[in-house]
Design a protein around this ligand. Structure first.
Ligand code: NAP
Length: 337
């Protein structure tokens, strides 16, 4: 019988891949979801044999006690994923930090957990202060994560600090190992239609011709299957580092659109570069992206090294092109895009 692993955020894009891989590798898995009977979000997990599903609103203290009882490993992937919000302190920061505290305290109370892997983000590593040529590593903490500038980044920085604080507060000998993994922009096959609301939304919008063209923006990307593998290896290896950055390479949105246009010519994906001024003007009418974000990011690269994950976790990152094509293919074949 494999180790018992509790996974929060198990119905989400990344969490679902972590659960799938753990089950394939013979672990016993408890999936923590917000509502068990939400077919739209949880239906795909119900089809995985042997999976135990637990319900929890992680903002409630003790909500993860039942799911962590007797577990030896925990993956904490649940967190709100949105760049903007009307009340970012309450809906992003307080939820991310509170959920982290509650999950780690449940893990500590269980008394059986020997390691927790927390899903953080490159948003906790990189801000906009460094020059475009600077290569970020695990040593970096985002110095620009402020509520008014980038509340999502702040939620990830503070959630990681909260996890460290909970771990530090535990009596010597009673604690667990803590590893945070920091994925870049995650692409790759979706396991449920609802996952298109997370990072794959950009590919879907391109396929559906919802974007008038390509803004001069880009992202460091990583495939969700490599992200899942990094989580599992971080649980498995004897002496993991405290942090791992997970990123394949930088890709401009235009390159992404060109890959999609080439793969699905019938979709007539728009590949034209949009002038920055037009993009800034358009952002005034967009909910998901702010003008401030665009001012800080238009034309800028943000680079990362994942050498540590390659070396320690043995990850050979899938090429970014494959991640883009496989994201699209999973949506097109299922009729989700
Ligand atoms: P996702 O699909 O939205 O998954 C997040 C999951 O967390 C959802 O199932 C959500 O449930 C759950 N959740 C959030 N707050 C909760 C709460 N208070 N109680 C119970 N469940 C809660 O997003 P994702 O892309 O898989 O992201 C997973 C993790 O990876 C997050 O920590 C995110 O910050 C991190 N990350 C993502 C990316 C990316 O590009 N996607 C990159 C770097 C890091 P509901 O659906 O019910 O809200």
């Amino acid at each position: 019988m494999g180790d018992l692993v509790c996974v929060t955020g198990a119905a989400g894009f990344i969490g679902s891949h972590v659960v799938k891989l753990l089950v394939e590798k013979g672990f016993r898995v408890r999936a923590v979801v917000r509502k068990k009977d939400d077919e739209r979000k949880v239906g795909h997990l119900g089809r995985i044999e042997g999976l135990e599903i637990f319900e929890a609103d992680l903002t409630a203290p003790g909500s993860c006690d039942a799911a962590t009882r007797g577990a030896s490993l925990v993956v904490h992937a649940a967190s709100p994923v949105q760049l903007t919000s009307k009340d970012p302190q309450r809906t992003l920061v307080d939820v991310a930090v509170g959920a982290t505290r509650n999950v780690l305290e449940s893990a500590a109370r269980a008394g059986t957990v020997r390691r927790v892997v927390q899903t953080s983000s490159i948003a906790a590593v990189a801000g906009h202060s460094h020059a475009s040529s600077y290569v970020h590593t695990e040593k970096d903490w985002n110095p620009d994560a402020r509520l008014d500038v980038d509340p999502y980044a702040l939620s990830k920085v503070l959630a990681e600090r909260e996890a460290l604080a909970v771990k530090a507060s535990l009596p010597a000998g009673a604690g667990f190992g803590l590893v945070s993994v920091h994925p870049a922009y995650v692409l790759g096959p979706l396991l449920a239609k609802v996952h298109a609301r997370s990072s794959p939304s950009l590919v879907r919008e391109m396929l559906r011709r919802k974007l008038p063209g390509c803004p001069n923006l880009g992202m460091s990307g990583v495939d969700v299957r490599d992200v899942a593998l990094a989580h599992v290896r971080a649980l498995e290896i004897e002496e993991p580092a405290p942090r791992y950055v997970l990123s394949d390479r930088w890709m401009w949105t235009r390159e992404m659109a060109e890959i999609l246009a080439e793969t699905y010519p019938d979709r007539r994906v728009r590949t034209m570069r949009l002038p920055d001024a037009l993009v800034l003007l358009g952002s005034l009418f967009m909910k998901r992206i702010t003008t401030g974000y665009l001012r800080r990011n238009l034309g800028k690269t943000r680079l990362f090294s994942s050498d540590l994950a390659r070396r320690d976790l043995g990850i050979e990152f899938r090429p970014a092109r494959d991640a883009v094509v496989d994201t699209a293919r999973s949506m097109v074949e299922a009729g989700w895009a």
